[in-house]
Design a protein around this ligand. Structure first.
Ligand code: MG
Length: 562
């Protein structure tokens, strides 16, 4: 019986691949991959952590577009917006905005979206909602956000994160449908593309030819986007080399430096580092465990690890080692990188310094087995985890464990299946873990600190706060930074510097390298891909979920047919 089911599924898959593959004119279709990890199941714009690539940005649009390369926030659905006094933000929408069903998109939709957490539980931006005194539509195009607690940094970020919902379609949904529903049959937004179909291994988006933005930004070139779920990076590499059914990939493809020219594969930089930096890989430390609860031990480990060896050996110099604060090398963050604090309190690869710090923490090898025991004489044996199959991280982890063992820390790399890994890091059942959750490039480093230090919910760290630090003083500093207006960079620098100093003094997570903004493109069908050497298409090449409004939307408009 089981075999029959499997066979049926395989036959269905073959049919669907054949049918979809044959149906589309190659010159009207762009095939992409790198962000679909299983059969398509979630098109809910209120679940950004599980919604597929294209749902936010492609179908449901945000008020603003943010480009991390140039650190520029530009109006999208918005025509303009700004603070009219300390507590009031006035937003004006563009003329002639419409939903895909032809209904006008108005200020009522914006009010509905931002006030929804007031009537429906479990909406992720409830924290922002609680900072409003009121949100009111003044006319068809104008919304006044009156804040009781103006959180300028967070607001500047959420302007390009929260997708605007069609009130007329959403007010018929139950709260459960809104927060937990898959939203497949009801997926209707205002964006460049519409959901056309899905199969086990793909999502098919079709261009919205009546998109309001055609007049403003130009019409996107591909009539269809086929978003493929390909289970292995090696398979993606083979597809990219052939180019038959793949134009754009956001995947780590080993060997790209050696083969890219022979196969005409395009990357953002023609030579090293080939890739932009997308997010920061940290070693998160469970600060509640014996030994790991001592900042000296944590700092010692940071001095023991050589990120350059990881970058060279594992990533073939396709990425860069991280700076000491874990700040992405983008203007929006680096303008608040305090060099003095980084130099004074930062870490670098120095095994002798590591040994010195362990000694100061009272550690020594009492039993003569070559590994240090804790100050009270108890055994100190730790594990470092990352998901099985994430080969670049697995290899990195082996190097980290090797470096730690070289200075007397008994550390072993372990590779649980993804679900166990995720459960372990969120429930605190781990020592060290490699992770990059929510460290992506944004308009403010507030997002980095917010995620590292946010509160646990029912004992669980769901969103990047894996180090389990519960320190009201640092949360106070992060809130203080959040309340600094975006144009007051001096005050922001002062506020961020206090957080930076505290972060380096206590080091709950060790920043090591930047994960690449993996981007490989085939040039057989589509050209004019983003490139560091070109001024006319310098867009952030991310087709990952939740990031289309940071670059991909403009890539779709700016590519050309060969
Ligand atoms: Mg020992």
């Amino acid at each position: 019986m089981k075999k029959l089911v499997v066979l049926t599924v395989v036959i269905m898959l073959l049919f669907s691949v054949a049918a979809f593959g044959a149906r589309f004119d190659r010159k009207e279709t762009m095939y992409i991959t790198g962000g679909l990890w299983g059969p398509p199941s979630n098109f809910n714009p209120l679940a950004p952590w599980s919604a597929h690539p294209g749902v936010i940005g492609g179908i449901y649009e945000t008020l603003y577009f943010y480009d991390p390369i140039t650190d520029s926030l530009s109006p999208w659905l918005a025509e303009s917006g700004g603070w009219t006094d300390d507590d009031t933000y006035k937003l004006v929408l563009r003329d002639n905005l419409t939903w895909a069903d032809g209904t006008p998109l108005t200020s009522e939709d914006v009010v509905y979206t931002f006030t929804l957490p007031g009537s429906v539980d479990g909406i992720h931006y409830v924290g922002l909602y609680e900072k409003f005194e009121s949100v009111k539509a003044v006319d068809e195009k104008t919304v006044i956000f009156d804040f009781s607690d103006p959180v300028y940094q967070e607001w500047g970020y959420q302007l390009y994160q929260i997708p605007i919902l069609p009130k007329h379609a959403w007010e018929n949904k139950t709260p459960e449908e809104m927060t937990l529903g898959a939203n497949i049959d009801t997926c209707m937004g205002s964006g460049e593309y519409m959901l056309e179909d899905t199969a086990q291994d793909r999502i098919i988006y079709i261009r919205n030819d009546n998109w309001w933005g055609n007049e403003v930004f130009g019409q996107p070139k591909p009539k269809r986007i086929v978003c493929l779920g390909v289970p292995s990076n090696n398979v993606i590499l083979g597809m990219m080399m052939k180019g038959e059914e793949l134009d754009f990939a956001n995947s780590f493809l080993p060997g790209i430096p050696a083969i890219k020219n022979a196969y005409g594969i395009h990357t953002f930089y023609d030579g090293e580092p080939y890739m932009l930096s997308a997010n920061t890989a940290f070693v998160y430390i469970n600060t509640t465990r014996p030994g790991l609860d001592d900042p000296k031990v944590r700092r010692g480990m940071a001095f023991a690890i050589d990120p350059i060896r990881i970058v060279e050996r594992v990533f073939e110099n396709m990425v860069l080692p991280s700076n000491t604060l874990g700040f992405l090398p983008i203007d929006g963050w680096m303008k608040y990188y305090n060099e003095d604090i980084a130099n004074e309190k930062g870490f670098y690869y120095d095994p002798e310094m590591a040994k010195k710090l362990f000694k100061e923490a009272g550690m020594k090898d009492v039993n003569g087995d070559g590994f240090l025991e804790l100050a009270d004489g108890s055994e100190f044996k730790i594990e470092i985890i990352c998901p099985y199959g994430w080969t670049d991280w697995m290899e990195s982890e082996r190097i980290i464990a090797e470096d730690l063992r070289a200075v007397g820390i008994n550390c072993e790399p372990k590779f649980p299946e993804y679900n166990k890994y995720f459960d372990d890091i969120t429930s605190g059942a781990f020592d060290l873990a490699v992770n990059n959750t929510n460290t992506k490039g944004t308009s403010t480093p507030w997002t980095l600190y917010y995620q590292i230090y946010q509160d646990l919910i029912n004992g669980r760290a769901n969103n990047g706060n894996y180090c389990r630090v519960e320190d009201p003083a640092i949360k106070e500093l992060i809130d203080e930074f959040n309340r600094v207006p975006l144009d007051d960079e001096d005050k922001a620098m002062e506020a961020v510097s206090k957080i930076e100093a505290k972060f380096l003094d206590t080091l709950p997570a060790i920043p090591l390298w930047y994960n690449g903004m993996w981007f490989e493109a085939n040039t057989q069908i589509w050209t004019n891909w983003p490139s560091a050497d070109s001024d006319n298409n310098l867009y952030y090449p991310s087709g990952w979920a939740g990031e289309w409004q940071q670059g991909f939307l403009k890539i779709l408009i700016n590519v050309d047919l060969k």
